[in-house]
Design a protein around this ligand. Sequence first.
Ligand code: AMP
Length: 370
Amino acid sequence: MLGGGQLGRMFALDARRAGYRVIIFTDEPKGCPAGQYADEEINASYDDAEALKRFLSQVDVVTAEFENLPASLLEAVEAVKPLRPSSKAIFTTQHREREKLFLRDQGIACAEFRVVDDLKSLEAAASELGRPCVIKTAAFGYDGKGQCKVNAETDLAEAWKNFEGHRAVVEQWVPFVCEVSVVGARSVDGKMAVHGCVENQHTHHILDVSISPARVESAITEQAIELWEAVAEGLDYVGTMAVEMFVTAEGRVMVNEIAPRPHNSGHYTIDACVTNQFQQQQRVVCGLTPGDPTQHTPAVMVNLLGDIWPAPKTHPDWSPVLNHPRAKLHLYGKKEARARRKMGHFTVLGDTVEEALEHALAIRKALGIG
Ligand code: AMP
C-alpha cells in the first residue's frame, strides 16, 4: 500500500483479517494511521530508491490509498510489480486538468470548464463561462483547498493572486440541488460492482454527512451508476473508485470529481454492506472477482473532524455514540487533532434512512458538531 492515512488503515484492518500481509510505504513518520495495523511500515521519502526496492521485494501487488503521489514513483512501482489502479489512471485523476480533459474526451457529463494559466486567460474564461464560476488549482487540491468562487463583484486580478504561477481550471457554477457519489470496484477482467448512490452534505467544502441510499429518484441513481461505469471503463480502472457528482434541478447528473481509491462517502459500507469498499479494493487488486456490494441496512455516516477535540492529546466524550445500540465509532489513530482534520467517523444504522438520519443528527448535535 502506498500512503499511510486512514484509508490505508481501514484497508489493512480488513486485508489482515482475511490473512493477507500488508506492507505500507509512506513518507509519514512511524506509527501513522495505516502503519499501526500493517505487518510492516516502511517510512521513507517517495524518491528513496533503496526503500522502494525493499518495499517491492516484499509485495506481490501494489495499490495506493491516496492519489497525490509522484508519477516517477508510480512508474517505478509499475515496472516491477502490478500496480492497481494503473499509474495512468492515478496520473489522470490526481490532476484536475487531466481529469477534466479525460471526461470531455469520453463525453462524460461534467461542468463546462476552461484551463487558464494567467490573468488574461482567466478573464477570457470568466466572460465565456459567466459568473458565478469557480477557479480550482489543477494540481493537489482536495476538500475545497485551492478553490475560489468568482461572483459578480469578484475582482479577478485579486482572485488570481492565489493562483499566480500555477495552472488552474475554471468551472461553470452548477446550481445543484444535491451532491451524490457512487463508490464501486472494477476487477482485472472488467467486472464491476457498485454500492449504489450516496447523498453527501458538505460543510466548509469538507464532507460532513453521507446518507445511503440517497433520497433521490431511481432515474438519478441509474444515471449516477452509469456515469461511474463510464469513468471506470474509460480509465480501464482496476480497484475501488469513487465518483462525486452534482444533481441539478432538471434531473441531470454531472461528474464533479474522481477519487482513484476508497472514499470518505463509502465508509458506511463497512457497517452496512455485504462487502465493504476496502474488501472490494483488496479483492480486485489481488485479482479476484468483486464481492457482493449489496447494502443490507440503511445507514448515515457523520465525519468527526479535529474541531471537536477539547485539546490535542485528549478525546471528546464519546458517550452519545457509544450508548447508541446501532451507532459504530471509527477512530483513525491520528496522534494530533487539528481543526478540519479528519480524525474519525461514526455510522448509524436504521430500519429506514430517515430513522438513521434522525439518530445520526441527534448524536452529531450531542457531540457539539456545529
Ligand atoms: P471539489 O473540491 O471540487 O470537490 O469541490 C468542493 C465542493 O465545492 C463541492 O463538493 C461543491 O459543494 C462545491 N463546488 C465545487 N465545484 C462546483 C461547481 N462547479 N459548481 C457548484 N459547486 C461547486
